[in-house]
Design a protein around this ligand. Structure first.
Ligand code: PBG
Length: 328
């Protein structure tokens, strides 16, 4: 008997795929509701709920409706949100970002009052708050680093004062994690955590998000601060620095196209790893499903479990509510 024939007799991997029960028994990775974070867009006004054109079934909510949405999320078993805000006013100094009565600060207070156990993370970056749409302050066409970090510190303190549980800096300025950690500690907020967007790539997958927040860059792109999609070692360096500076959780972004980075991170570092299933990934699936070319729900669930398999502990996704309905 040939060696191939012998192997075929002994090894029959399909035995473990015969029925749902055995498939479930040998399942290596499972997605659960407690892995999910829902990104929530808050806009000015009252009683507003507006679908984002390029993100079907994703909405901008005024604070009153954001509160209702949070109750619904909680009832569905989603325990964490990440808040993004559209300010009443964009200024070159981005001062609405640290206004204690700004859109995010008011949203945090209202949500905490209505759903006290919901874990609130907040996006920390300046792109919706200045007319330039860049994550930092701009001078003569340059994105300033250290001046931006000072503003991000004020923004983080202001979110913490309003009741945020964790801040998530998504700006990719150098040194911001250490500076924010110190600012939070010095202002009496040592229990407020930091989830750092550590390996954030300069990606065209963010397009629909920028529609949602009216925050598209008004000149150039973000490649002087976000990472080159061609790089992997550089991601490890960014992650290592953020952990040394005090990040509690590190994030890789986008998701599917960057799962090798998630895998390397999980192999190498002993911290919780988050991944952001970003707007473009979401919208492509929704668009394909609308055309009837793919089964959107199944593609979404497959994408999310692939992120778990790569090593993600936490997944940010606009699909969180639908996923939660499909998970026990
Ligand atoms: C901005 C920010 C972006 C996202 C999260 N925070 C966009 C960007 O960097 O231009 C993208 C999220 C998504 O596409 O879903 N600091």
């Amino acid at each position: 008997m040939s060696q191939t024939d012998l192997l075929n007799i002994v090894h029959r991997p399909r035995r473990l795929r015969r029925t749902p029960a055995i498939r479930n028994l040998v399942k290596e990775n499972t997605l659960s509701k407690s892995d999910l974070v829902f990104p929530l867009f808050v806009c000015p006004g009252t009683n507003v709920i507006e679908e984002v054109t390029s993100m079907p079934n994703s909405f901008r909510y005024s604070i009153d409706n954001a509160v209702k949405e949070c109750k619904e999320l909680w009832d569905l078993g989603i325990q964490a949100i990440d808040l993004f805000g559209i300010p009443e006013e964009k200024t070159e100094d981005g001062r609405e970002a640290y206004n204690d009565d700004g859109i995010i600060q008011r949203a945090i207070r209202a949500i905490k009052e209505a759903v006290p156990d919901l874990y609130i993370m907040t996006d920390v970056a300046l792109d919706p708050f200045t007319p330039f749409g860049h994550d930092g302050l701009v001078k003569d066409g340059i994105i300033l680093n250290d001046e931006t970090v000072e503003v991000l510190c004020k923004m983080s303190i202001s979110h913490a004062k309003a009741g945020a549980d964790m801040v998530s800096p998504s700006d990719m300025m150098d040194g911001r994690i250490g500076a924010i950690r110190e600012a939070l500690d010095d202002s009496g907020h040592s229990d407020v955590g930091i989830l750092s967007y550590s390996a954030k790539y300069s990606s065209s997958f963010y397009g629909p998000f920028r529609d949602a927040l009216h925050s598209a860059p008004q000149f150039g792109d973000k490649s002087t601060y976000q990472m080159d999609p061609a790089n992997s070692d550089e991601g490890m360096k960014e992650i290592e620095l953020d952990i040394m500076e005090g990040a509690d959780i590190v994030m890789i972004k986008p998701g599917l196209a960057y799962l090798d980075i998630v895998y390397r991170t999980k192999e190498r570092f002993d911290v919780p790893v988050a991944v952001y299933h970003v707007s473009g990934e979401y919208s492509m699936v929704m668009a394909g499903a609308e055309k009837g070319w793919i089964d959107g729900d199944r593609v979404m669930m497959e994408s999310l479990v692939a992120m778990k398999r790569a090593g993600a502990d936490i997944i940010f996704t606009y699909y969180a509510k639908e996923a939660a309905k499909r998970l026990s």
